[in-house]
Design a protein around this ligand. Structure first.
Ligand code: SF4
Length: 230
């Protein structure tokens, strides 16, 4: 057998095992039946790209407990780009306070609404490359708009998804963006949509940043971190 063929077969076997492993991980997390935060539930159900976009902006560097009520207050002021054209900056700042960087975020949301209304017919772009052209929109937000706003296969990698993907051994990466690319490369598209919600919920309840509660986790058999530390 040629070396090139051997390498291809080894790689295919690796990918096949990874997918099998991944499917078991997803099944196990679902069976743990962990509670979703109100904000996660809201983002699961909203199906509106503009609202997903502006709610995600509020959520950056802010916990869900603060983000959810702030999002509800913001949506009382408007739900479409056109609505936000007549919203005053100070009213939006007041509505979203105390989310992190609320002043910057308020200005950013008004700028995005203006840009969408005047240059995009009020339609949020579907493509990541177009979304990240908006000031303050990174790949994390763009992926979430694709996934939750448009129902497209996408992987939004936040701190939880990045940490847990590494602990499980699905990837070996330093930055969330690398994790996004590595997961997308190794997993077929049909696996992508479940990752964000399930890993975020696992990260909020069990696999916490500094002290993962492995005793309560049913992923021990699949987890590199657990095997290396027990
Ligand atoms: S076994 Fe521990 S480290 Fe691994 S995913 Fe579960 S909580 Fe996280």
């Amino acid at each position: 057998m040629s070396t090139a063929l051997e390498k291809t077969l080894i790689f295919l076997e690796y990918i096949e095992n990874m997918i099998k492993n991944f499917n078991k991980i997803i099944e196990n997390i679902k069976q743990m039946n962990l509670p979703y935060t109100e904000f996660v539930k809201f983002m699961e159900d909203i199906n509106d790209p503009f609202i997903v976009l502006i709610a995600c902006i509020l959520s950056l560097r802010t916990n869900d407990k603060t983000t959810y009520p702030a999002t509800m207050r913001m949506l009382k002021l408007g739900k479409t780009p056109k609505d936000f054209l007549s919203v005053k900056l100070e009213d939006l700042e007041k509505a979203i306070y105390p989310v992190g960087f609320y002043k910057n975020k308020a200005q950013q949301i008004l700028d995005i609404a203006y840009e969408l209304y005047h240059n995009h017919n009020s339609i949020v772009p579907k493509e990541i490359e177009e979304l990240i052209k908006f000031k303050g929109v990174g790949r994390k937000t763009a992926n979430l708009v694709q996934a939750k706003g448009y129902g497209l296969p996408s992987i939004c990698v936040d701190v939880h998804v990045h940490r847990i993907s590494n602990r499980l051994g699905l990837v070996e990466t330093k930055e969330p963006e690398e994790t996004e690319f590595a997961l997308k490369e190794n997993l077929p598209e049909k696996c992508w949509s479940d990752i964000n919600t399930l890993f975020v919920t696992l990260g909020q309840n069990v696999c916490k940043p500094t002290k993962p509660d492995c005793a309560k986790c049913s992923l021990q058999n699949y987890c590199k971190f657990y095997k290396e530390n027990n």
